[in-house]
Design a binder for this molecule. Sequence first.
Ligand code: ADP
Ligand code: ZN
Length: 729
Amino acid sequence: MTSLLADIAVNAPVRNLFSYRVPAALAEKLRVGARVQAPFGRRSIVGVAVRLYQGDGSELKELRDCLDEAPLLDDQLLRLLRWAADYYHHPFGQVIKNALPGGLMRSSGQTGIATEYLYRRINRDICPAGRRQQQILSWIEQQGGAAAGQIRAEFPSPTTVLKRLVELGCLEQSEGERLRDPFLLEPVPSDKQLTLNDAQQQALEQMIDALSARRFQSFLLHGVTGSGKTEVYLRAVADCLQQGRQALILVPEISLTPQLVSRFRARFEPLGEQIATLHSGLSGGERYDAWRAISRGQVNIVIGARSAIFAPLPQLGLIIVDEEHDGSYKQGEGFRYHARDLALVRGQQQPCAVVLGSATPSLASSYRCEQGSCTLLLLPERVHAGALPAVELVDLRTEALRGVLAESLITAITTALEQRQQVLLLLNRRGFAPFLLCTDCGTSFHCPNCEITLTYHQRRRRMICHYCDYQDQVPDICPACRGESITPQGAGTERLEEDLAGLFPAARIARMDRDTTRTKGSHQRIVNGMMAEEVDILVGTQMIAKGHDFPNVALVGVLGADSLLNLPDFRCAERSFALLTQVAGRAGRSLGGGKVFIQTYHPEHFSLTCAATHDVEGFYQQELPFRRELGYPPCGHLVNLIFSGNNGDQVNNSATQLARRLQAVAGDVEILGPSPCPLTRLRGKYRYQILLKSPSRPPLRRLLFAVDNAAAELPRQVAIHIDIDPLDM
Ligand code: ADP
Ligand code: ZN
């Protein structure tokens, strides 16, 4: 007897779908794309119905419930997710889970987010006695209120303390109320009416052609910082909305780009358009709210980070990927997708226009343009103040350092400060010093979980692992020789800040890195300080190279450029070039004629010489032959297989055994390794990798099924992760 059957993708590490019989009571309600509750072994599990059909269900179990009135995922989105599951070789159900707002695929089936507790400071005259109580209370006050989940992320097991604070009457607890999106609290600037320059006009016209034809076309909008890319985005989005379609704008880290969000709001809110932002700062409930508003068609503009590529926009007409070269578009764990690459796929499926924008396009995107599959649009000049800054490579082989700064840079800072201009200094390493060393016996301090040294943080008086956040006290005496000569080695942003305070006692110095931007609003406070010219020197990690436009910065200094060049990764030249060019572009934005100093022992390296001359094309021409010769992307394709487990020998043996089995069926695919991962030990796990390399994708894909078969025979204690198109290896 035939009945209605459903194929379900479940949130579990399994590749296959599971079939169930749909009980008569649910047959009316259930749609493809809705969540269901299903019996699974002895448990109950949440899945998504991905296919409904008639068939013989006598052997099958029945679904328990349907959890959504309307499908969460429409056909378009399901198609994208299925493509992604297939391409990234990742279980479909887990791909779906990644795309949905957090919590929706939990086995309870409840969204579990409507009932989140929110806490707000009240009765400021009541002061609790306990230190932990005070800490949590003042943190909540600083945040202007917080949800239970956010508090738990900062303080382990806070429940009893919170309960006590509520009893004491200094915290108010409420339930289910939505926290306001921080972006919507930002003041909206007034919109500027601009006349596009010729380059902007030409770029826009090509985009509008594709938009009007409602066809897929991808564009690489290559424009130096300040060349007016954002203005072109705004115009293209306006055109897209006029057609009654929706726009999706991806940014690398939305918390670093509040200015972009404000500009979109300034342009479109007066027209009655609502803008939704999707980012990691939202609670599960807020994401779910945004998600529903988007899928109901109430919102036509979505701005978000990586995972917003899965936003449920039924009438999508335009996808913009800003700073397309940015590595944070690739998810580093679990479902390792690349949002820029998926943007191109989604654009093709839709079909719609896709605009990739950057001042330093990735080699991958430049290569696509060269191959003719992407249209290159150039904005060659800055809108204001024409000239790009002059870049000087400071040769540390011949020039002396005072502390961590070269004499010529110190002189330049002195001059800039005298002229009341702002200075930006990049040192891509937070903390005071990368490690502590006993200069008597040579002892240094390593993370017990990861194979790296602990970074010395002076202000917090701790040694901290930057990978797993392990922390330890700084010893006064060396545990090995009992000597008292433990000294910080090398420099991080904290030390640079201290050195500067010594050299320029009158200067107002601020620091921007992950340590100083932990709390809500702190990043914005630093940016505001720079804008209001209450800061003379801003020190920071690569964060300072991103997004913002500080008009009064005249001088940029880069320290530690060499450590960028010496990473064991074939992309390190590309990354250094992009970072240096981006940070150099921060100088002289409104004044023109800014200056940049890059301290280096390798002033002849082409990453540096090309960055010094803002020569993106020259860099591409020098880097590409090297990639071609070695078969690296974009001229070849890679898959990384990562093995991890608690027993190093067992992990290594498993990887070796699997590599041997793959060799037998490899064909054209080159099998490299196994070799220890760059971080051989991470969070207590030993890690080895096998790199698969091939000039074309099909043989690589075929080999993945051999990997699956072989992996099934590995010991259970060894986990294997497949990373397609890896960025970090
Ligand atoms: P990008 O995104 O390439 O860094 P922006 O779009 O932010 O550049 O433009 C830099 C500055 O120039 C902004 O303040 C913007 O308002 C202004 N601008 C952009 N296009 C024009 C134009 N055609 N005429 C005048 N000002 C412009
Ligand atoms: Zn660690």
